[in-house]
Design a protein around this ligand. Structure first.
Ligand SMILES: Cc1cc2nc3c(=O)[nH]c(=O)nc-3n(C[C@H](O)[C@H](O)[C@H](O)COP(=O)(O)OP(=O)(O)OC[C@H]3O[C@@H](n4cnc5c(N)ncnc54)[C@H](O)[C@@H]3O)c2cc1C
Length: 401
């Protein structure tokens, strides 16, 4: 017998999951608070299909990114959606960064990143990126770019074609567990489901509280602001140029990405957002900010990362500081080449009581409710594989008890 399954969240993960469930015959309803799909992280990201270079071998990020990349490439091919393998160079600018680059190379090989190569010497680097500076790099030729909002819409068409329902403008305001079932209260409707899956991104901890789940991890919203290269200077970057990331921090540092529409994005940075959906500095929610400040993990986190925080905030407010970081990779870059944009995304980064930022994807189960509690990058890349993982590990097959 088909099950009635509710999904909160019309980002790429909620919709990928709805697609997989409706294909197996479940009666699926997606509840999304916005008037369109993919209005938060999914529609405000770098559009990169990661090949799995950084993630701890054996982690969910490593395994689901590898499977998700292949599945996404096949999906785009089947739907004739743009998918371009522009390739990525992770660059050690000087000798001090080489040991960390070696570790990225080791992880990449263990994660089975396809056709990865090690490049030493600036002359060889410039065969791939003619304007780059550096002493060594790893090159991943199959790292690609896509448009995740368009992909989400294509997945949604499959959901509708299989009889699933996608309700836009339906903000969930309460969830009650009743005799093994779930009653979901939305602004203007009420629904009863056999199972509920929460893929609510920046609001995932709010919904977790509705069902009485552990308040930890909480969501710490981190904004990523984008700059871009002036169109006449976009030829400074062919594909993607990334720094060797700081392993203590879950974000990747200043990088250059030639997106699917041929704009070269620079960024995103990582600054604390003053509201869950704080896409710019002036968008402040006293409630969200106060909740973050009084979280037990606030001081341990501030103590550990304050230098990085000051550095990122300064770069956000003062162009010369950001420019200096970017120019390390491309010495020909001039200040006017770097243009500020209005584009920004807010990352839903899960944060424990002890102040630690959760690294891996994380899922909780409360009775019939499955909560996706941490799905940061590369979760868009991994979306189809995350859907399969949730079904295999958290949702019994149709007909089973
Ligand atoms: C700046 C930035 C750059 C990134 N770059 C990449 C990248 O290049 N590659 C990559 O793989 N990943 C990247 N990511 C990560 C990726 O975008 C996310 O991991 C992914 O989009 C998560 O999808 P989601 O469906 O969980 O969340 P979301 O897309 O945030 O969707 C959650 C949805 O839930 C809805 N919702 C919330 N509360 C309610 C409620 N009460 N009722 C109804 N609906 C609700 C929201 O409106 C939203 O639409 C990036 C993220 C950011 C922010």
């Amino acid at each position: 017998m088909a099950k009635r399954i509710g999904i909160i969240g019309g980002g790429i993960i909620g919709v990928a999951l709805a697609r997989a469930l409706s294909a197996r015959g479940d009666e699926v309803t997606v509840l999304e608070k916005e008037q369109r799909l993919a209005q938060h992280q999914t529609g405000h990201n770098s559009g990169v299909v990661h090949a799995g270079l950084y993630y701890a071998p054996g982690s969910l990020k490593a395994t689901l990114c590898a499977a998700g990349r292949v599945a996404l490439r096949e999906f785009c091919a089947a739907k004739s959606l743009p998918y371009r393998e522009v390739g990525k160079l992770v660059v050690a600018v000087d000798e001090s960064e080489v040991p960390a680059l070696n570790e990225i190379e080791r992880r990449s090989r263990e994660n089975g990143v396809p056709d990865l190569s090690r490049i030493d010497g600036v002359a060889r680097l410039r065969e791939i990126e003619p304007h780059v500076a550096g002493v060594a790099a790893v090159h991943s030729p199959h790292t690609a770019v896509v448009d995740y909002a368009t992909i989400t819409e294509a997945m949604a068409s499959d959901v509708r074609a299989a009889g699933g329902s996608i309700r836009l403008g339906h903000e969930v305001t309460g969830v009650r567990l009743e005799n093994g079932r779930v009653r979901v209260l939305a602004e203007s409707s009420e629904h009863v489901f056999d199972r509920l899956i929460v893929c609510a991104g920046l609001q995932s901890d709010v919904i977790a509280r509705f069902v009485g789940a552990d308040p930890s991890p909480k969501i710490l919203p981190f904004r990523g602001e984008y700059w871009q290269l002036a169109p006449e200077r976009a030829d400074l970057v062919r594909g993607m140029i990334y720094p060797v990331p700081d392993p203590r921090f879950p974000f990747l540092g200043v990088h250059f990405t030639r997106g699917i529409y041929d704009i070269v994005h620079v960024g995103p940075n990582a600054v604390p957002a003053l509201a869950r959906e704080g896409y710019r500095w002036l968008r402040v929610s006293p409630k969200d900010t106060w909740e973050s400040l009084r979280w037990p993990g606030a001081w341990p986190l501030a103590k550990k990362h304050w230098r990085m925080g000051v550095d990122e905030i300064s770069g956000s407010l003062a162009k010369p500081l950001y420019f200096r970081k970017a120019r390390r990779f491309i010495p020909e870059l001039r200040m006017p080449d770097l243009q500020r944009t209005e584009t920004a995304g807010v990352r839903a980064q899960a944060w424990g009581r002890d102040g630690a930022l959760l690294d891996d994807f994380a899922v909780d189960q409360v009775g019939p409710v499955t909560l996706l509690r941490n799905a940061p990058s590369p979760a868009a890349t991994s979306s189809l594989a995350i859907a399969d993982y949730l079904i295999e590990h958290h949702l019994a097959p149709t007909g089973a008890a």
